[in-house]
Design a binder for this molecule. Structure first.
Ligand code: TYC
Length: 114
């Protein structure tokens, strides 16, 4: 059966649907910066506590956690993982909170990747 509805009426005089339409030339999204979460060495935090932190908050295996902990112990600083800003910030806060609650001086910080 043919459609009996009226066709679309013409636009009123003085209007032009093509005018005023901005053309986007920039891509809509930018790559988010990534941040390295770093552990710092100290003389008092037990090695086992650092390994547990790396397993629990950074999803490392016991072997990888032990390797990172020993790297920090020997060189002073080491990377736990690389994350978007909000995730990195949350992990730093979680590590510092757990360390404080257990009265360990463990320090954790973050820095932007270039
Ligand atoms: N240096 C500590 C010790 O000998 C172990 C340790 C490793 C502490 C890594 C902090 O981020 C750290 N008990």
């Amino acid at each position: 059966m043919a459609d009996k509805r009226s066709p679309t009426p013409p636009a009123p005089p003085g209007t032009n649907k093509e005018l005023g339409v901005a053309t986007k030339t920039k891509p809509k999204t930018k790559k988010p910066s990534l941040y390295r979460v770093l552990l710092l060495n100290d003389d008092y935090t037990p090695m086992e506590f650092v390994v547990l932190v790396l397993e629990h908050f950074f999803n490392k295996s016991r072997e990888e956690a032990t390797r990172i902990m020993l790297h920090v112990h020997n060189y002073g600083v080491g990377v736990c993982g690389v994350y978007p800003y909000d995730v990195a910030e949350t992990k730093v806060a979680q590590v510092l909170d757990l360390a404080r609650r257990n009265e360990h001086p463990l320090q954790c910080t973050m820095e932007r990747e270039d």
